[in-house]
Every structure is written in structure tokens, then in C-alpha cells.
Design a protein around this ligand. Structure first.
Ligand SMILES: O=c1ccn([C@@H]2O[C@H](COP(=O)(O)OP(=O)(O)O[C@H]3O[C@H](CO)[C@@H](O)[C@H](O)[C@H]3O)[C@@H](O)[C@H]2O)c(=O)[nH]1
Ligand SMILES: O=C(O)[C@H](O)COP(=O)(O)O
Length: 258
């Protein structure tokens, strides 16, 4: 690994049961020299536990959703870098991980290597079959996968996977993130469409599998809504771009002929 370092950003809401193990495990990844937890309006003591495990902690006094927590975390990394005495260091790559990975968080290490080595602009973790039963019906996953393919041509194995490592140029190009649960779907579309190199990487991760009770179904409904919105916005701007391009090409054509 070269002298490029990696900052881990962990959006976390009510994750006091797993956040300490996740932070400790993430800190053990080679090249990681900063772990930021964004406590996204938790009702439990996620922030205190994360601090105790060695993370820098930022608190949203009120819940703002996963995408907003990710952006707050990235901004905190940026602020640390610009206020650091050593401004000659390259900006860190950003490794976003979920708070529920526990001891398996270190298994996101393979995401960093292609980004740090300059072979990819964004890597996305592909998880193995989970040891806990549960999981959905494929509705949200299917919506996201089809939308990504339609709008960018990219075939996403696990389109909702939130474990992602990005260069800072890729992060900047993906701003602003789509709200809430639409963030991953939108990020993949926006980066692939802009010509960034996006790779999927298998990682031996285990996380909390969403069940099938009422709360879980409400969670899926919110995921569906956010992914649908992210796709609708991108379909609209693709349509807006298309006529402008043809108007633009007609104008150019007219000029050439005059
Ligand atoms: O308002 C919220 C809700 C959740 N989280 C955190 O976001 C992460 C992912 O939440 P989780 O409940 O584990 O989501 P899943 O249902 O497992 O979501 C899957 O699908 C999401 C997209 O819909 C991705 O963001 C996740 O990475 C992916 O694991 C966790 O660290 C949460 O603590 C927040 O920061 N704010
Ligand atoms: O449990 C899941 O994998 C997510 O909540 C997505 O649900 P889905 O499988 O119904 O798309």
C-alpha cells in the first residue's frame, strides 16, 4: 500500500449493540488512520460507545437518514484534513461501512486496495449468503438493479450494498447524494455514467439481516420509495439532456452549413 490513507465513515442509528466491534474491526484495516461514526439521532448511546472504541464521533441531534449521515461524515474528514498541520498529504480515500458489521468489518479491506492503487474509482462489496435467516422478496433489489442497468448500463450484483470505497474525486462527482436509502443506487448510476471505474469485490461480511415482521416491511417500503425517487430524478434529467443534445447538434449543424 502507498502513502494514501483511508478514512472509514460509519452512519449509525441505534447501533450501540454492534458499533464498538465494528469500529475496532475497521481500525485494524491496513491504511485506515481515521474512523468517523455519525450518530444519526440515535435514541441509545451509540455515540458514547463509538467514542469509547476509538472513533471520532459526530452527532446529528435529529435523525436525518443514511445519506445525510454519510455526507456529514465525509465533511468531517475534509475538515480534519484542511485543519491538519500536514496539508501535503493526499486526501484520504473514503470507506463507507454500515454499523452492524461487527467483527467482520475488517473484511471490507479488499475494497480499499484497488482504490488506493488507482485501479478503481469506487469499489462495492458483494456479500456472501448470510448466516442469519431472513431477507426480502427481491422487490427493492430488483427495482434498483433494473434502474441502474437502464440508466447506466452497469450490472449490479447487490445494488443496495452500502459498503463502498471511493476516491475523493469520485465522492465529489457523486454529490449531492440522493436522499435516504436511494444513495447507493444513485451513486452507482452517477459515477458509471460520468465514466468513473466502478468494480464489485467479494467481501466475507455478515450483517443484520432485515426480517419479515411489520417493522421490516415498513423499512422495505421506505427503501422502495427512496430508490424509486432517486431513479425518477435521474430519468427526468436524462430526458432533459436528450432534447438539449439534439437541439445542440442541430445548432452546430446549422453553423457548419452557413
Ligand atoms: O436513519 C438512518 C437509518 C440507518 N442508518 C444507518 O445506515 C446503515 C444501514 O442501515 P440498515 O438498517 O443496516 O440497512 P439495511 O436494511 O441492511 O440496508 C441495506 O440497504 C441499504 C439501502 O437501502 C443500504 O444503505 C445498506 O448498506 C444495506 O445493508 C446502518 O449503519 C444504520 O445504522 C442511519 O445512519 N440513519
Ligand atoms: O432485506 C433486504 O434485502 C432489503 O430490505 C431489500 O428487500 P427486497 O429483498 O424485498 O428487495
Amino acid at each position: 500500500m502507498n502513502d494514501q490513507h483511508v478514512a472509514v465513515v460509519i452512519p449509525a442509528k441505534d447501533e450501540s449493540a454492534t458499533i464498538a466491534a465494528t469500529v475496532r474491526s475497521a481500525r485494524s484495516i491496513s491504511g485506515v488512520d481515521l474512523v468517523i461514526v455519525v450518530d444519526d439521532g440515535s435514541a441509545d448511546d451509540t455515540g458514547r460507545v463509538a467514542r469509547g472504541a476509538g472513533a471520532g464521533v459526530l452527532t446529528h441531534p435529529r435523525n436525518k437518514g443514511k445519506a445525510a449521515a454519510m455526507m456529514s461524515g465525509a465533511l468531517a474528514v475534509h475538515n480534519r484534513e484542511i485543519s491538519s498541520a500536514d496539508t501535503s498529504k493526499p486526501p484520504r480515500a473514503l470507506l463507507f461501512i454500515d454499523a452492524d458489521l461487527g467483527d467482520t468489518a475488517a473484511e471490507t479491506a479488499p475494497l480499499t486496495e484497488p482504490v488506493v492503487a488507482g485501479r478503481a474509482d469506487m469499489t462495492i462489496a458483494v456479500l456472501p449468503r448470510q448466516s442469519t435467516d431472513g431477507g426480502g422478496f427481491g422487490l427493492v433489489v430488483g427495482l434498483a438493479r433494473r434502474g441502474i442497468a437502464e440508466l447506466s448500463g452497469f450490472t449490479a450484483t447487490q445494488p443496495l450494498s452500502g459498503m463502498r470505497c471511493l476516491t475523493r474525486a469520485a465522492y465529489d462527482a457523486a454529490q449531492p447524494f440522493a436522499a435516504g436509502w436511494g444513495v447507493e443506487t444513485a451513486m452507482t448510476i452517477d459515477l458509471v455514467s460520468a465514466g468513473f471505474r466502478v468494480r464489485e469485490v467479494e467481501c466475507a461480511l455478515q450483517h443484520r439481516v432485515t426480517g419479515r415482521d411489520l417493522r421490516a416491511q415498513l423499512h422495505r417500503a421506505a427503501q422502495y420509495r427512496d430508490v424509486w425517487r432517486a431513479l425518477a430524478v435521474r430519468r427526468m434529467s436524462a430526458r432533459r439532456r436528450a432534447p438539449r443534445q439534439s437541439i445542440g447538434s442541430k445548432r452546430t449543424h446549422g453553423k457548419e452549413n452557413s
